[in-house]
Design a protein around this ligand. Structure first.
Ligand code: ZN
Length: 396
């Protein structure tokens, strides 16, 4: 059986949780598959000789401070999830402002023809070459005039199904209906027919220019989005790649779930090989690209998303020494620590790590619990929370 068939056979029993605990556990799988990648050090390696601080935030999250963060968009389950949540806010703001200014959104899914056994890198190269031709002045200018396009946001997504790798583009075209010269339909249905015809025809022309034959019906899907459905479209077009629930396809994060959940050695081997292929093929590619008005308004949207994503450390639970942190990693308790919500839970995990390291109790200096007096520290997604000023040493 091929690698693809092997991993797809697991879908009926695959659990797709999407929790923070699961993300930390799946990050361990990436480390197993790609030990030399930055993901292998993410939320694992300490920054210099610092201790690890554990806090909860106003929004009920757990924050581990003093650790390296890899910031990888494609292959780190933890960082991908954090970054996509922020991009979703940025795109929401851009789209909201666009509608406020009287604009309308056209959403399209575009792809290139592919065969079951084609390597992902070839599929991606083909799609990129079609997109490049699509954006060339000869095609893009006519296309943008017909639909009144003033900007666009493009997301690259890669899934795996019975027909092999399926890289595709979700594109949100920001249009001004009064500038759309060739949307002549007087009903919603006929306007959609016009829009589909224009998008698919130009995508096919771009394919022809790139030397690739495009089937308009198979390689393009188009929807005109009403304001009321805009947020749902933005959510879908900026979704976390770990959130797919489709019964017939797998996301890259699902490949990690297959490794984590399957007891079949040949299936986990197949999933690891496919994830490796994915990691190599997408390296350096942008998940989201903005152009035209979307690019121009992105800076303001980033500021607005930063303000919205500002979280506040509500309760510093304590600090863990480098020795204790190493013991937690060795004992496989990192994922559990990443979701602790109280001092009691923190102590329980450090105690488990101590017992598994051969101690009979938590060694002195392994952990300091913070006083319960609440402190307020404004943090952003990339900030590391400072160590608490006042701590009490726990002796057991
Ligand atoms: Zn990461």
């Amino acid at each position: 059986m091929s690698h693809i068939k092997q991993v797809l056979s697991i879908i009926p029993s695959l659990r797709r949780e999407g929790s923070k605990f699961e993300s930390a556990e799946l990050q361990n799988i990436v480390r197993e598959i790609l030990p030399d990648s930055r993901v292998a050090a993410c939320l694992r390696h300490r920054l210099s000789n610092s201790s690890v601080t554990v806090s909860t935030t106003e929004r009920g999250n757990t924050r581990l401070g003093g650790l390296m963060v890899c910031d990888s968009s494609h292959i780190c389950p933890v960082c991908h999830s954090r970054k996509m949540a922020k991009e979703q806010q940025i795109v929401s703001r851009i789209v909201h402002d666009h509608y406020q200014a009287g604009g309308i959104l056209l959403a399209a899914a575009l792809t290139a023809p592919h065969q079951v056994y084609e390597p992902l890198s070839e599929n991606l190269d083909q799609m990129e070459s079609i997109w490049k031709c699509f954006r060339s002045p000869a095609i893009w200018k006519r296309f943008a005039d017909k639909l009144g396009i003033v900007g666009c946001v493009r997301r690259l997504e890669v899934t795996l199904g019975a027909n092999g790798w399926h890289p595709h583009l979700h594109v949100m075209f920001l249009c001004k209906s009064e500038q759309a010269k060739e949307i002549t339909g007087h009903s919603w249905r006929t306007a959609l027919d016009d829009a589909f015809h224009i998008v698919s025809t130009h995508w096919r022309q771009a394919g022809g220019k790139a030397g690739i034959i495009i089937n308009e019906n198979a390689q393009a899907a188009v929807a005109i989005i009403e304001h009321i459905d805009a947020q749902r479209t933005v959510n879908y077009n900026t979704k976390n790649m770990g959130c797919c629930k489709k019964p017939n396809s797998l996301t890259p994060i699902d490949l990690l779930r297959v490794v984590a959940q399957s007891d079949n050695g040949s299936v986990t081997y197949a999933a690891k090989q496919l994830f490796k292929e994915y990691a190599t093929a997408v390296k350096g590619k942008h998940t989201l690209t903005y152009s035209g008005s979307a690019k121009l308004s992105r800076n303001d949207a980033v500021k607005s998303a930063d303000a919205a994503s500002t979280d506040v450390v509500e309760d510093k639970l304590g600090t863990i020494s480098p020795d204790a942190w190493s013991a937690i990693i060795r004992a496989g308790l990192r994922g559990y620590l990443a979701v602790v919500k109280s001092r009691r839970e923190l102590v329980a995990i450090v105690l488990r790590a101590a017992l598994r390291s051969g101690h009979r109790h938590i060694p002195l200096r392994w952990m300091r619990l913070a006083f319960t007096a609440k402190t307020k520290t404004v943090i952003r997604s990339s900030a590391i929370s400072p160590a608490p000023d006042t701590m009490v040493t726990l002796c057991m």
